[in-house]
Design a protein around this ligand. Structure first.
Ligand code: FES
Length: 106
């Protein structure tokens, strides 16, 4: 398997703890979310009815959709509670030493 190719998408300081921010990367809309200091990247839109997970409530390793509160695991993207049943995609994401966010869409 080849290594993921990372690209810079923004400033790490723009994503505060337990907050998300939406980014368009190569035509893919993703939400970058910080939780317990770590960054996660998932598809922006909830698999139930397309609310933006960039505005979700972040707690206990999950982001809860702002519309009907389905929770998604930040690590795996798995839907942990109804009404969503389908996972969101996750993407490798990292913070560089000079404070940038890099993601790999794969
Ligand atoms: S749109 Fe996310 S739970 Fe309904």
């Amino acid at each position: 398997m080849s290594d993921p190719v990372y690209q810079v998408i923004g400033e790490a300081a723009d994503v505060a703890e337990n907050r998300g921010k939406a980014y368009m990367v190569d035509g893919v809309q993703i939400a970058v979310i910080r939780h317990e200091g770590k960054l996660y990247a998932v598809d922006e839109f909830c698999t139930h009815a397309d609310a933006s997970l960039a505005f979700g409530h972040v707690k206990d390793g999950c982001v809860a959709c702002p519309w009907h509160y389905a929770e998604f695991d930040l690590e795996t993207g798995a839907a942990k509670s109804l009404p969503a049943v389908e996972a969101v995609k996750t993407y490798p994401v990292r913070e560089t030493e000079d404070g940038k966010i890099e993601v790999a869409l794969g």
